[in-house]
Design a protein around this ligand. Structure first.
Ligand code: AHR
Length: 502
């Protein structure tokens, strides 16, 4: 059997694992809101129409900050449409997804839902079809206690206290030609800095996220970040990264190595941030908000027939409802390892998305809600990764991949907190199990508390409404001999081990 010898380097401390690393993303898209989180008339719906079966699953998933309301949707969104009496709210065309938005759910309803799931709001402003004034209006509506037209409107709409929103995104994917109001880097950088300065005149303590590239493969990647940060370095707290991965043409080996691409993306953006910080003469480091990441079979979406009949833009159509396999979940687990391993630079991240739309949680209208395979590595990492991230060096055989060259078969990271430690590992091999050993003395670990593995003889096995529990993690057998932790990972496997520590 292949062996992986894992060690914790003497200088292995990476940085704090912030709760915001386990954020999510809810966009007005497909059935995310309507029949996803909100379905009055559903047997589990509460008085506000929120599905409590979904609320329970979102709480179990353990998502921290949730980005809202888009995504591509936000670039055509008028936030005013979603506040005030429901019967007066307009129905609008959603140009991003060729749907009809009823605006039954808006800022107030979504904030109420966030209280139920115990998450923080990360609010995106529309810099596609709108600009500085509308961002200021939204800020006044949300953050001012009262005594002005918009703050009094909020009060009249039933919310006396301001919304406690710290994180604001300055638009979405403005580098993408598909984005409503897409601009070049200079034009966006100028707009972002003007918007940021104006918003800080209202509230200097906001945490602002400027748009980075919508993918590492964008032709403008790199130049975009440099230009935008030349304009905005002093005014923003985060620059965003977005990345989606999928299996291309049956090439599972490359797909399993997707985290290699995510590692490189983060390190390249971090280097540009450092270069921009020096150029700005700043002593403050702009963080990375990896605010869209996931497995997404985008190619299937691109090939799908689009809604072109402009007379009938459907309400809440089934869009981007990817069904995830064990293989997808193992890749997602390895992407989480990459994020934790870069916790010094990635200070916020949002799994895209949360319910029905490329999501760990699925629902049927009037029917059940169920966990996809990808639910498990996210929920377990969010629960067990605490305190500070610790690097793990891996000595093991390599795997050849077409897209990423030779990559180590095993990737891993650890975390350490008061009284507890955790180790997360993935076996990327398609056919070989691997025996993993790690000296956990520097983590102060004394006892295994819990250990889980996600793997299946059929790597394409998935959950479904008919078989919602076909795939779930099972207990991983571990040994702790003195300070050496040993366990065996089957091929295509993700694992988490939690340890008691001194
Ligand atoms: O998450 C789906 C879409 O992917 C988002 O709307 C957009 O920001 C990205 O391109």
């Amino acid at each position: 059997m292949a062996k992986a010898n894992l060690t914790i380097p003497a200088d292995g401390r990476i940085g704090p694992v912030r709760r915001r690393l386990f954020g999510g993303f809810v966009e007005h898209l497909g059935r995310h809101i309507y029949t996803g989180i909100y379905e009055p008339g559903h047997p589990s719906a509460d008085a506000e129409g929120f599905r409590t079966d979904v609320i329970d699953l979102v709480r179990e998933l353990g998502v921290s900050a949730i980005r809202y309301p888009g995504g591509n949707f936000v670039s055509g969104y008028r936030w005013e449409d979603g506040v005030g009496p429901r019967e007066e709210r307009p129905r609008r065309l959603d140009l991003a997804w060729h749907s009809t938005e009823t605006n039954e759910v808006g800022l107030h309803e979504f904030s109420t839902w966030l209280e139920r799931v115990d998450s923080e709001l990360m609010l995106a402003v529309n810099l596609g079809t709108r600009g500085v004034q509308e961002a200021l209006d939204l800020l006044e509506y949300c953050r001012i206690a009262g005594g002005t037209e918009l703050s009094d409107a909020r009060r009249a709409h039933g919310r006396a206290a301001p919304f406690d929103i710290r994180m604001w995104c300055l638009g979405n994917e403005m580098d993408g030609p598909w984005q409503l109001g897409h601009r070049d880097a200079d034009a966006y950088g100028e707009l972002a800095v003007r918007t940021a300065r104006a918003m800080r005149q209202v509230d200097p303590d906001l945490e602002l996220v400027v748009c980075g590239s919508s993918a590492r493969s964008m032709p403008t990647f790199g130049d975009w970040e440099r230009t935008v940060l030349r304009h905005a370095y002093d005014e923003v707290d985060y620059i965003s990264c977005h990345a989606y991965y999928e299996e291309h043409d049956g090439d599972a080996a490359s797909f399993l190595a997707s985290a290699v691409d995510m590692d490189a993306f983060i390190e390249e953006v971090a280097a540009i941030v450092d270069e921009s910080r020096r150029a700005a003469g700043s002593d403050r480091t702009v963080g990375i908000s990896f605010d869209e990441w996931n497995v997404w079979y985008m190619r299937r979406y691109m090939e799908q027939e689009k809604i072109t009949d402009i007379a009938h833009w459907p309400e809440a159509p089934r869009l981007l409802e990817d069904r995830y396999s064990v293989l997808d979940a193992v890749v997602l687990g390895s992407l989480l390892i990459s994020l934790v391993r870069h916790a010094d630079r990635v200070t916020s991240a949002s799994l895209a998305q949360l319910v029905n739309v490329i999501a760990p949680i699925m629902t049927e209208p009037g029917g059940p809600a169920w966990r996809q395979t990808t639910f498990f590595p996210f929920a377990l990492t969010s629960r067990l990764a605490r305190g500070e991230a610790v690097d793990v060096a891996v000595e093991c055989p390599s795997i050849s991949t077409e897209r990423h060259g030779d990559v180590p078969a095993v990737t891993a990271v650890a975390t350490r907190d008061e009284g507890a430690a955790a180790v997360f590992a993935v076996n990327r091999s398609l056919d070989e199990p691997v025996e993993v050993s790690l000296d956990v003395s520097s983590l102060g670990a004394t006892r295994v508390l819990e250990a889980h593995v996600l793997a299946d003889p059929d790597m394409y096995a998935a959950n479904s409404p008919e078989q919602p529990e076909r795939v779930a993690p099972r207990e991983l057998e571990t040994r702790l001999d003195g300070s050496v932790l040993t366990f065996t990972l089957p091929p295509v496997a993700w694992a988490a081990v939690s340890l008691e520590a001194e």
